[in-house]
Write a protein that binds this ligand. Structure first.
Ligand code: NAD
Length: 502
């Protein structure tokens, strides 16, 4: 039996219960149907029906928000060490079910097995990282002033909403939910309608691990239905959102009446700048990995290659050869490097950019065509000879689609790099240290890697500037979002108080 056949057989055993009973919501510790009936989720691999999914509405969100509000005082008051123990148990269970999570995630999203098996384990790491920080999350500072001692402390903000996208849903959900729970917040999670499977698994795992009812609530549904209602609910104090920039802007408006605190991780059009003094073999590997892994459906993907004109021709030739060899195939085949795109609308969007690139006058150097006639497979695509004003150089395609622009000087490279609405990440390849310092200082991005692909380190700040987001996750930054800082000032003696009307 091939590895693919084995994976498919295992997947079937995990999916059977969802096929029979649907993917339901979890509110106040109970599995419940959605007030709006159901919607269907299909696999991007062959367009087959995976399951009926509970269609949550404002009614379900209200129930979930009330459950989160009711559970908040006890969860917030629980000793940090106890919260830590529960979060570690969640991580244990994620690890023990990592294969099931990865199989379901591949089938639901089209992401390939080689990356998803690690993504499930990264979800467990997210829980462990924040679990260990739960006991000290409230700690603050002692700040002395003349005659007064100030004490700061942090307190969980209350019930929060977490809204996640479909690209790597399990990893991203854990990245948001783990710090919220560690901080002492309760959560209502609205996962993306295109990838509901792993959110259900996460909610089940959390409860199995002993998370009290109401601390994590799951409501499936549409963005404009359940999602919107969550951002407008008065009991929800903050919304952590990962998704498109224009959705972020809508959420900000929707949350305005209830003065929601928001944290946004949004889109990107990230540059990878390759100077002619770089280690070009390593740069080539990183350029390819950072746009074609995870089907290019990755916020931090380096979707713009800025390559120095002195090396552009040779670099492109080597790039084309490699891109043409990338293995597109079934996501559960361990050999597969690129799987299908998430759904038809997204497939139409990504392939639509092939025509846009041609019309704009760039050169289609690789890919661009559909693979097979079932499922949403597309050949990894490369456009060369682009200029910064082209739509393929400005707009987030969010697929295995790379736009290459040649530059001649460092100043020109920087100008092009910063000439977009986004500013999530930047990648820089050079062996000139002072140039690396200079360019990374001027690059408009929240995260920059020099001579490296994206390597996550959980204590570091994660987030973007410009249209790529507001706020930072990671380390203590996550707690800054999920907690309120309080200052208490104590007089140290009988200082003079002004006497009005005396
Ligand atoms: P999306 O904005 O369409 O949807 C994301 C989530 O928002 C979904 O759960 C959706 O149902 C919900 N939603 C939609 N409209 C809403 C509304 N009016 N109110 C409340 N919720 C609403 O994004 P997507 O297509 O699922 O994901 C792809 C995008 O996510 C890309 O732009 C990508 O760059 C971005 N992303 C960013 C990061 C990051 O860390 N910066 C990480 C992953 C993905």
């Amino acid at each position: 039996m091939t590895a693919l056949a084995q994976n498919l057989e295992k997947l079937e055993s995990h999916l059977a219960r969802f096929r029979a009973g649907g993917i339901l919501n979890l509110i106040g510790g109970e599995t419940v149907a959605g007030a709006g009936g159901t919607f269907q989720t299909h696999s991007p691999v062959d367009e087959s029906l995976i399951a009926e999914v509970a269609l949550g509405t404002a009614v379900d969100i209200d129930r979930a928000a009330k459950a989160a509000k009711a559970a908040f005082p006890a969860w917030a008051a629980m000793e940090g060490e106890k919260r830590k123990a529960i979060l570690h148990r969640i991580a244990d269970l994620i690890e023990s079910r990592a294969e099931e999570i990865a199989l379901c995630e591949c089938w639901d999203t089209g992401q390939s097995w080689r990356f998803m098996s690690k993504a499930a384990l990264r979800g467990a790491e997210n829980f462990r990282f924040f679990a260990d920080r739960a006991p000290a999350a409230r700690d603050g500072q002692s700040l002395s002033a003349p005659g007064q001692l100030n004490l700061t402390s942090r307190h969980p903000i209350g019930p929060v909403g977490v809204i996640t996208p479909w690209n790597t849903p399990f990893m991203l959900s854990t990245w948001k939910i783990a710090p919220a729970l560690a901080a002492g917040c309760t959560v209502v999670h609205k996962p993306a309608e295109f990838s509901p499977l792993s959110a259900r698994l996460l909610a089940e795992i959390c409860h199995e691990a002993g998370l009290p009812p109401g601390v994590l609530n799951l409501v499936n549904g549409m963005g404009e239905g359940a999602g919107k209602a969550l951002t407008e609910h008065p009991d929800i104090k903050a919304v952590a959102f990962v998704g498109e920039s224009r959705t972020g802007s809508m959420i900000m408006k929707q949350g305005a009446d209830t003065l929601k605190r928001v944290h946004f991780e949004l889109g990107g059009k990230n540059p990878v700048m390759v100077f002619d003094d770089a280690d070009l073999d390593r740069a080539l590997d990183a350029v390819i990995f950072m746009i074609y892994s995870l089907n290019g459906e990755r916020c931090t993907s380096s979707s713009r290659l800025l390559v120095q004109d002195t090396i552009a021709e040779e670099f492109h030739a080597r790039l084309v050869e490699r891109v043409n060899r990338i293995r597109v195939g079934h996501p559960l085949d361990p050999e597969t490097e690129v799987g299908p795109l998430i759904h038809k609308t997204h497939f139409d969007k990504v392939t639509g950019y092939v025509e846009i690139g041609r019309q704009d006058g760039a050169t289609l150097a690789a890919g661009g065509s559909r693979v097979g006639d079932k499922g949403w497979f597309v050949r990894p695509t490369l456009f060369t000879g682009a200029t910064s004003d082209m739509r393929i150089a400005q707009e987030e395609v969010f697929g295995p689609f790379l736009t290459s622009i040649a530059f001649s000087t460092e100043a020109e490279a920087l100008k092009i790099a910063n000439d977009v609405a986004y500013g999530l990440t930047g990648y820089l390849w050079t062996n000139d240290l002072t140039r690396a310092l200079r360019v990374s200082d001027a690059l408009e991005a929240g995260m920059i890697w020099v001579n490296s692909e994206n390597v996550r380190h959980l204590p570091t700040p994660f987030g973007g500037v410009k249209a790529s987001g507001i706020g930072r996750d990671g380390g203590d930054w996550s707690f800054d979002f999920y907690m309120e800082t309080k200052n208490r000032a104590f007089a140290l003696g009988n200082h003079k108080i002004q006497q009005l009307g005396a």
